[in-house]
Design a protein around this ligand. Structure first.
Ligand code: HSE
Length: 287
């Protein structure tokens, strides 16, 4: 039996649209076992227990890439990553399926090759890169269509709180509402902020994080899809935390500069949103 464990991920981190992502300490697991039947899937809603399942599709994609026969297989999913909430649930499925097939055939693919395949399936690397390598990753597709990654070790004074609404945001819709173009002025703003944010997260400079995380590329548009965005942002700011939309939402991720502030913000958010999941998370470094 093969067991693959994949962390949840939080993409964009405010100003790093489609380029920055980090892995957090919330995990899902998939078991792959030989079977007499062509395909058995459990641990997900009935409508996903078929050959269209993204984990299975990704498993098949890896088999095809390796030019190996697709085995008869039993897939058991133990999912803890909320679906369609901007915490990398698709990346989990893709990475689990690819890594499962890779393990099945004796690990012929490197992590870099898995990332290339995963990015082809997902379309952008910002969730799949940290799902594979852990930590925070900057990633982009170069002119030769290869995925380039830059890992960042984050300072250990930083703490993360995932504020997960009881409603979803559809990523396709959240991409469609974005403008097709932006000005040089906005691009320059965005580049400067993204570079500064990456360094600020690495050295744990909370004041710089607060200044640098302010996004102009997607959050102003996507905040319209999250009715509680402004309320959550205000609560975070009142508690000395910064907040960004995780991936395309609906989750909002708060960052605090120390453990005590994190505990206080966590309690406040839990109290204000009793129907939601609010999770204290650390950066995943297992890779
Ligand atoms: N970077 C992606 C987006 C993450 O914001 O649309 C969601 O998959």
């Amino acid at each position: 039996m093969i067991e693959i464990k994949v962390p949840a991920t939080s993409a964009n981190i405010g100003v790093g649209f489609d380029c920055l992502g980090l892995a957090v300490s919330l995990y899902s697991t998939v078991l792959f076992e030989p079977s007499d039947k062509k395909l058995t899937i459990s641990g997900c809603p009935e409508g996903f227990q078929n050959s269209h399942n993204l984990i299975y599709q990704s498993f098949v994609a890896a088999c095809n890439f390796l030019q190996r026969p697709i085995p008869k297989i039993k897939i058991t999913i133990q999912n803890n990553i909320p679906i369609s909430r901007g915490l990398g649930s698709s990346a989990f499925c893709i990475v689990a399926g690819l890594a499962g097939a890779n393990a099945w055939f004796g690990q012929p693919l490197s992590k870099t090759q898995l990332l290339e395949l995963a990015t082809k399936v997902e379309g952008h690397p910002d969730n799949v890169a940290p799902a594979i390598f852990g930590k925070m990753m900057a990633s982009f597709i170069d002119d030769d269509h290869n995925v380039q990654t830059v890992p960042f070790e984050l300072a250990n004074n930083l703490h993360f709180i995932a504020i997960i609404p009881n409603y979803t945001v559809n990523t396709d819709q959240a991409r469609k509402i974005l403008p097709q173009e932006m000005t040089y002025q906005t691009a320059t703003y965005q580049m400067g902020h993204a570079i500064a944010l990456s360094k600020a997260l690495e050295i744990g400079d909370f004041s710089l994080i607060k200044t640098a995380i302010v996004d102009k590329m997607h959050e102003p548009y996507r905040s319209q899809l999250i009715p509680d965005y402004h309320r959550v942002k205000q609560i975070c700011e009142n508690n000395a935390a910064v907040m960004y939309i995780s991936g395309s939402g609906s989750t909002m991720m708060a960052i605090t500069s120390d453990e005590l502030i994190s505990q206080k913000s966590f309690k406040e958010l839990k109290k204000d949103f009793p129907q939601w999941e609010v999770l204290q998370l650390e950066i995943d470094t297992t890779g």
